[in-house]
Design a binder for this molecule. Structure first.
Ligand SMILES: [Fe+2]
Length: 549
């Protein structure tokens, strides 16, 4: 039964572990492609964010910083036009100082194409360096960058990319800010950046060797990319931003796409990274399989150990139950687990306590009943009063020395109390006759074991004591009664009873005896009866007991 429960527990636990392991493994295995793409994308994204932060956003910060400085410059704020000429291709004398500073700045920063100041007064524009190709009638106030900047009321303004108004044909973007004096608009400070600058940045990145990088504006137009990026790739760059086709194959090369937004005009930086997904997948799948196998093995070992420990208390309880069913009511369960088994064990022990108490009580009641019966018989014989008690006491001491079982001792005790119950059927005249009995009278006395046996044999719990009592006058030499049984055919309990009975008879006053025997006479009498009437071993045991008195 134990094995069967343990097997069930092990099978349940193992099934659970294996199913969970397989389920987790299956889900992860099926998900491994997404996992691989996610890992690649996460790495790409971190790379793009770094590039964005260190190159693009830094560039933007620098540009805004320059514009801010000049928009707050006192020379600019306080500059007042001294003639009515519309400046586009030349710089007046009173602006040369500022112009030269600008020139130095634009020369030191390759990406800054032009720095300029456009006046609100008449749309005149002072440009460094001077652009000879600008139209003579150029009025800054009509340009989108100027109007957009004024609308920003002193905040930084970024235009969309546009083609230079002069003949350079360069793709530019302007960053600008309005100039105020005493809250009155004086003009706009602006700075142009060549978009080519972004291409240069992309080309200069070591990351560009493994990825194609695209800079897209809000309308998803390509502003800059690696020089070798094909037209077809740019289509996938646009798809990347809308979240379509993160994984695609072009010209037998597999790519994963990633993008990050840039903090100007919602532009996007997109990376199309060449990859070999199968290699990545195999690595991930091998790792998943290893983890699942290890999990299952550990789970199986754990279930074996756990099931054994779990069922240990149950095994102990079953062993206790087996002992109880063998008649040992003194055994107790020693389960010390801190679970329901402990509660069960305590209840079981409590139940055993109750049963043991009931059995003791029952035995006591039996003894009392039987003693009452025996006393009734002894009452008619004043010389034998107390005889049964004394015989019982001595017999049990001998039984202890011989290590008889509890059951044998219990039967012996009843047999001692009842051994002469058969005398109830014999006349007082014969029993208490002071003179020597006739042969006929002696034959009648000899019937008392059988009479007693017939009286008590029908009582279930006295069945064994009755058999002992029946043999209490048998002798080792076969000359006893009622059956003349010899040594080996006489029960040990009956031999003990015979020894105890003989001892009490010769050591007490009897109707037919003139005086009480001395200890030496008793000893002599007992030794004389060894081998004929009494068992040698038992007499020696008795003599040991007498010494202790
Ligand atoms: Fe007797």
């Amino acid at each position: 039964m134990v094995r069967s429960i343990r097997t069930k527990v092990i099978i349940s636990m193992m099934s659970l572990v294996i199913l969970s392991g397989m389920f987790l493994g299956y889900v992860n295995y099926m998900d491994s492609e997404k996992l691989a793409i996610d890992i690649i994308k996460r790495n790409n994204k971190a790379e793009l964010e770094n590039i964005n932060e260190y190159y693009f956003e830094k560039l933007i910060f620098d540009m805004e910083y320059i514009v801010n400085i000049w928009a707050n410059n006192q020379e600019i704020i306080n500059y007042t036009k001294t003639d009515d000429k519309l400046y586009v291709r030349s710089i007046p004398e009173d602006f040369i100082n500022i112009y030269e500073k600008w020139l130095g700045l634009t020369e030191s920063m390759k990406n800054v194409t032009w720095l300029y100041y456009a006046l609100e007064e008449d749309g005149s524009i002072y440009i460094a360096p001077v652009d000879e190709t600008m139209p003579l009638d150029y009025d800054a106030r009509s340009r989108d960058w100027y109007k957009g900047t004024v609308d920003k009321h002193g905040e930084i303004f970024w235009t969309e990319p546009y083609i230079d108004a002069g003949n350079s044909g360069k793709l530019l973007q302007t960053v600008s800010k309005a100039v105020y004096k005493d809250n009155e608009l004086r003009g706009v400070i602006g700075l142009d950046i060549e978009l080519e600058k972004f291409t240069e940045i992309i080309e200069g990145l070591s990351y560009s060797k493994q990825s194609n990088i695209f800079l897209l504006n809000e309308k998803l137009e390509v502003l800059a990319s690696n020089e070798n990026a094909s037209e077809n790739l740019s289509i996938y760059a646009k798809k990347a931003v809308s979240g379509e086709q993160e994984l695609f194959t072009l010209d037998k090369i597999q790519y994963v796409s990633t993008y990050v937004p840039i903090s100007i005009n919602n532009w996007k930086l997109v990376a199309l990274t060449q990859t070999n997904l199968n290699e990545e997948l195999n690595l991930i799948r091998d790792r998943i399989l290893t983890i699942v196998l290890l999990t299952i093995i550990i789970g199986i070992l754990m279930s074996l150990i756990l099931s054994r420990n779990l069922l240990k208390p149950l095994r102990s309880l079953i062993l206790t139950t087996e002992k109880v069913s063998d008649g040992d009511f003194k055994v107790r369960s020693t389960v010390t687990s801190n679970d329901e088994f402990s509660v069960l064990s305590m209840s079981f022990n409590s139940m055993l306590d109750d049963i043991e108490n009931l059995l003791t009580q029952r035995d006591e009641n039996y003894i009392k009943t039987v003693t009452v019966l025996a006393n009734a018989i002894e009452a008619s014989d004043e010389y034998t009063r107390g005889h049964c008690d004394r015989v019982g006491e001595i017999a049990l001491k001998i039984a202890d020395k011989l290590n008889l079982t509890a059951e044998q001792k219990s039967n012996l005790r009843f047999a001692c109390i009842l051994h002469d119950v058969g005398k109830i059927g014999i006349s007082d005249r014969i029993l208490n006759k002071p003179a020597k009995l006739t042969e006929n009278e002696y034959e009648i006395i000899k019937k008392h074991p059988e009479i007693g046996f017939d009286i008590i044999k029908e009582i279930d719990f006295l069945e064994e004591p009755a058999k002992i009592m029946l043999q209490h006058h048998e002798r080792i030499d076969g000359k006893g009664y009622p059956y003349g049984l010899k040594d080996k055919d006489i029960r040990i309990e009956a031999k003990i009873l015979a020894v105890a009975d003989t001892y009490d008879s010769i050591s007490s006053a009897r109707v037919y005896r003139e005086r009480v025997f001395t200890n030496d006479e008793i000893k002599k009498e007992l030794l004389n009866s060894i081998g004929s009437q009494l068992d040698k071993e038992l007499v020696i045991a008795l003599l040991d007991i007498i010494k202790e008195f």
